[in-house]
Design a protein around this ligand. Structure first.
Ligand SMILES: NC(=O)c1ccc[n+]([C@@H]2O[C@H](COP(=O)([O-])OP(=O)(O)OC[C@H]3O[C@@H](n4cnc5c(N)ncnc54)[C@H](OP(=O)(O)O)[C@@H]3O)[C@@H](O)[C@H]2O)c1
Length: 255
């Protein structure tokens, strides 16, 4: 993005789950620093208040994305705070058992928490916010920007690391759900992408790998900058043409 672009474009309306620590906090900082409007969600009310106080242009929401009863209240607060939504980032995550455990030693409840946080939460919140994302595409006009959903995944979604069973299986489900959402929503101008941030120096990484050397890990701020740039590129990719959308719909109905 050029210097002049950053001043000429309208501020983005961005929602980030898990915005009080690690990558989520760095994303809230990165968007707010360029004048975008950011709502973020986390469970610890004191930390939500602190981050909101420290980052001008951010709006904190206390909620648990793993809880069905919280998700609609969170979605309503996102819409109320931002007045619409252009970018939705599912970043909050559960490791499952901590310390990490072999599958044979994993409690079902810990596996359920990983699935509820990492898969069902993003599914429910995306569903609840689809109307706002579609409205963002309509507002942007025929040749305008796409709305973007980012699901933060992991290399554990692909590589079968021993001890990462609940987390890895949930991230694999998230990655595949991203591909299916993308197929279903692309004709409507909503792109759904999965991003693996790599190993970062964060509390989650310290909980999973306590003896890792932080010097070997990526800085969340560097990763956040890469993700913001990717989002800008994805938004700028052309919307499918009306003719293309109708052709795809035709192909579907013949299948
Ligand atoms: N760090 C790594 O090396 C690494 C590697 C690959 C992928 N990732 C992925 O990157 C993303 C960010 O990880 P991170 O390392 O930055 O994590 P982190 O430092 O532990 O931060 C997690 C954030 O999510 C919030 N959160 C957790 N569970 C939540 C829930 N159920 N509802 C709402 N908010 C919740 C936390 O606040 P509360 O506890 O107050 O809710 C916190 O703000 C995750 O998706 C993770 O899987 C990380």
């Amino acid at each position: 993005m050029t210097h002049s672009d950053s001043f000429s474009r309208a501020p983005l309306r961005v929602a980030v789950s898990g915005g009080t620590s690690g990558l989520g906090l760095a994303l809230v900082e990165a968007f707010a620093a360029r004048g975008d409007h950011v709502a973020f969600v986390a469970r610890d009310a004191a930390r939500v208040r602190r981050v909101m106080g420290e980052i001008a242009g951010s709006h904190g929401i206390v909620g648990d994305v793993a809880k069905k009863d919280d998700v609609h209240a969170v979605a309503l607060q996102i819409g109320g705070a931002l007045g619409g939504l252009d970018v939705l980032i599912h970043n909050a995550s559960s490791l499952g058992p901590v310390p990490l455990a072999l599958l044979a030693d994993t409690d079902c409840e810990d596996f359920e928490t990983a699935l509820a946080t990492n898969v069902l939460g993003p599914f429910r919140l995306t569903k609840a916010l689809l109307g706002l994302l579609a409205a963002s595409v309509r507002e942007s006009g025929r040749d305008g920007a796409r709305a973007i959903v980012v699901n933060v995944t992991s290399d554990a979604a692909v590589t079968p690391y021993a001890g990462w069973g609940a987390y890895g299986a949930s991230k694999a489900a998230l990655a595949h759900m991203s591909r299916i959402w993308h197929e279903e929503l692309a004709p409507h101008g909503v792109a759904v992408i999965a991003v693996d941030p790599g190993d970062m120096d964060t509390p989650l990484h310290a909980a999973a790998v306590p003896d890792a050397d932080p010097a070997t890990l990526k800085r969340p701020r560097d990763v956040a900058r890469e993700i913001v740039e990717r989002i800008d590129r994805e938004r700028a990719a052309r919307l499918p043409s009306r003719a293309g959308m109708l052709a795809r719909d035709g192909e579907r109905s013949m299948a």
